[in-house]
Ligand binder design. Structure first.
Ligand code: BF8
Ligand code: SF4
Length: 649
């Protein structure tokens, strides 16, 4: 009996989507274990760890602090709860920052190889962006060839990873007032590797034992990702694979095909997926698929690899984080090709129940039981063809009677890079500023992050977003939050009908949705850039703007790093899942209060999407008041229903 069921009845609501629920039921019928089963098997989860009060940083431990005062109040070394909680959070942020930034480095290394003419299948696609970015960071572009400029840009950005440079190239984008705040706090980010190494050093036993000092460095570490590694990943991906422009795609398990070879690209890095999409159009491989009775080769995306492909090529999206096992349960996948991050090891076990091949490709991320094809970008095009061939050759093994594709797909629009948004506005942020000043749009919120099996899948993403747009708040989405909103039908221009009258009128006049897909999780750097551009255009710091962030269903260390750089950049952020910091009242007070006094933003935790929407709405109105714009006083914002009626008309 599966643990997600009790006498055949599901234990609580696991998802709000029909495609997911049908596949959960099928997994149950077939005795296939999923993430929800394993979560239940882990319960009750460790209370010390949930509070952040356990430490295993050295062999005098492991230690835990009793939050109630009857047991130990200090670890063996003497560290108290404040230090242990802050150290754990710092290490989490270092892991998240390292993940995104190492992805950025992989892109940078291939960009460098391509600039030297050494990487087959990769080239500069957006020449104008190459020259604009190079010029922005002081590289001479006049009269120089593409490869000369690209080599210089690669070398300059490589230096962002080490300690040779004093600060990151893209920090110049940050409003001067913000940079002054960072300087005052000593958190201007230096090299990506340097900040991360220093975070690990400071959290070794007997180094930094001041929770405030630790947390400030954690912010600095996250900033090295947000304005460094992640931003490098985004900008170079655009230069190599194309800067996204609005594109209509389809989403949910209905994007799988009953009569084509289905290949799901899962993970994060577009280096592999870009060449796979090209290989799937290779006439020889299409002919091979036809020779096996398939009508073609269907590439679909999962998680952030899916977002990268959707944003640039309109490739259909099978689902977000909690769909990675369920997509296998359709029985329709010939191959799941993975690189790294957010790939559950369990996909190998689920795939064994079907004919599906799991093909791992990164030497950094091996999965016992999977077929490993080491991806060398120098021979990217050939390796991509080899991988697609393996998938095609699996098609004859498909048991068509076991195939169940549960629903029809839903349309969603993606492709809203900063360039595309400014393009839709006529080349300048001024129309958006005018709409915010007039109150037609009250403000903007980035709804980002993951799925977490502790919550009904996508419920919080969708309900929070819906309430925000109803209240004339523009929503920017990335990562799994974007996929959630796409599945719910909230991301087409016609979805403007769901928005309040002000936002609706703006969206209808521009032909855009009220929820704008800005990309994968590294592409939260696009949101930072947009916020900085708005602040620079008005001549204020980012924390003066009517903006907020939300990560309603986060699970990942990367999401913690994102939240940290968003807050350190001046944007208050609401989390839907409690982070493991509540073992230290001092740490909570700092992150949820004290930070506001120094970076102009803070964290809040609110699992109820309606209350989160209300909290955000109040925050946005307070920022409007601060800018001298028409605002609704907090005590007049009673609840979301009355907000929708009172505001924005
Ligand atoms: O980087 S939103 S579950 S897939 S961590 Fe992972 Fe979270 Fe999805 Fe993308 Ni981001
Ligand atoms: Fe225990 Fe201190 Fe070692 Fe942590 S660093 S395990 S608190 S002795």
């Amino acid at each position: 009996m599966s643990a997600t069921y009790d006498n055949g009845r599901p234990l609580g609501r696991l998802t709000i989507h029909d495609d997911a629920q049908q596949m959960i039921d099928r997994a149950h019928e077939e005795g296939i274990e999923t993430v929800w089963d394993r979560l239940r098997a882990q319960e009750p989860q460790c209370g010390y760890c949930q509070l952040g009060l356990s430490c295993r940083n050295c062999a005098m431990g492991p230690c835990r602090i009793d939050p109630f005062g009857e047991g130990p109040r200090k670890g063996v070394c003497g560290a108290d709860g404040d230090v242990i909680v802050a150290r754990n959070l710092g290490r989490t942020i270092a892991a998240g920052s390292s993940s995104h930034s190492d992805h950025g480095r992989d892109i940078l290394e291939v960009f460098s190889a391509a600039a030297h003419g050494e990487a087959s299948g990769y080239r500069v696609t957006d020449e104008a962006k190459l020259r604009r970015i190079a010029g922005e960071i002081g590289i001479n572009t006049e009269g120089r060839s593409t490869s000369e400029v690209a080599v210089d840009l690669a070398n300059e950005l490589m230096a962002n990873y080490g300690s040779a440079k004093g600060s990151l190239s893209f920090v110049e984008r940050v409003p001067a007032l913000r940079r002054e705040k960072w300087t005052g706090l000593g958190i201007t980010p230096r090299g990506v590797d340097r900040e991360n190494v220093e975070m690990m050093h400071r959290t070794h036993m007997g180094v930094d034992n001041d929770y405030v000092n630790l947390l400030l460095h954690a912010l600095r570490t996250s900033l090295s990702d947000g304005w460094g590694g992640s931003m490098i990943a985004t900008e170079l991906s655009d230069i190599m694979f194309g800067t996204p422009t609005p594109v209509v795609s389809e989403v949910n398990l209905g994007v799988l095909s009953t009569d084509q070879v289905n290949i799901a690209m899962h993970g994060h890095n577009p280096l592999l997926s870009d060449v796979i999409v090209a290989a799937a159009e290779d006439p020889e491989l299409v002919a091979l698929a036809r020779s096996f009775g398939a009508t073609g080769i269907n590439i679909v995306g999962l998680c952030c690899t899916g977002n990268e492909m959707l944003m640039r090529k309109g490739v259909h999206m099978a689902g977000n984080h909690l769909m990675q096992e369920l997509v296998l349960v359709t029985g329709a996948l010939e191959a799941m090709v993975v690189d790294y991050q957010c790939i559950m090891p369990s996909v190998v076990d689920v795939a064994k129940c079907y004919h599906t091949k799991i093909i791992s490709t990164s030497d950094k991320a091996k999965f016992p039981g999977a077929t490993h094809v080491s991806f060398d970008p120098h021979h990217g095009a050939q390796i991509a063809r080899d991988i697609v061939r393996m998938a095609v050759e699996a098609y004859p093994n498909r048991n068509h009677e076991r195939v169940r594709i549960p629903v029809a797909p839903v349309q969603m629009m993606g492709g809203f890079s900063v360039e595309a948004i400014l393009g839709a506005l006529g080349g300048t942020p001024q129309p958006l500023i005018d709409a915010i000043v007039a109150g037609t749009i009250r403000g903007a919120v980035a709804v980002v992050g993951c799925n977490n099996p502790k919550l009904p899948q996508d419920l919080e993403h969708i309900e929070l977003t819906r309430k925000l747009i109803e209240n004339d708040i523009l929503v920017l989405v990335t990562g799994c939050a974007a996929v959630a909103n796409g599945k719910a039908g909230q991301m087409m221009p016609s979805s403007a009908a769901l928005a309040g009258p002000g936002l609706r009128s703006v969206c209808e006049s521009l032909g855009i949705p009220p929820v704008l897909h800005m990309g994968s999780c590294v592409d939260n750097s696009r949101i930072m850039q947009l916020a900085a551009a708005l602040a620079n255009a008005i001549g204020v710091d980012i924390d003066s703007l009517p903006l907020a962030g939300a990560a309603p269903e986060w699970y990942s260390e990367k999401a913690v790093a994102i939240g940290a750089y968003v807050v350190a950049s001046g944007i208050t952020t609401v989390l839907g899942v409690q982070p493991p910091i509540f073992g230290s009242q001092n740490v909570v007070n700092l992150l949820a209060g004290g930070l506001d006094g120094v970076v102009g933003a803070k964290f809040a935790v609110e699992p109820d999407p309606y209350k989160a929407a209300l909290l955000i709405r109040r925050h946005i109105e307070a920022k409007r008041q601060g800018l001298g714009l028409p605002f609704i006083a907090a005590d007049e914002i009673r609840d979301n229903e009355s907000m929708a009626q009172t505001v924005g008309v």
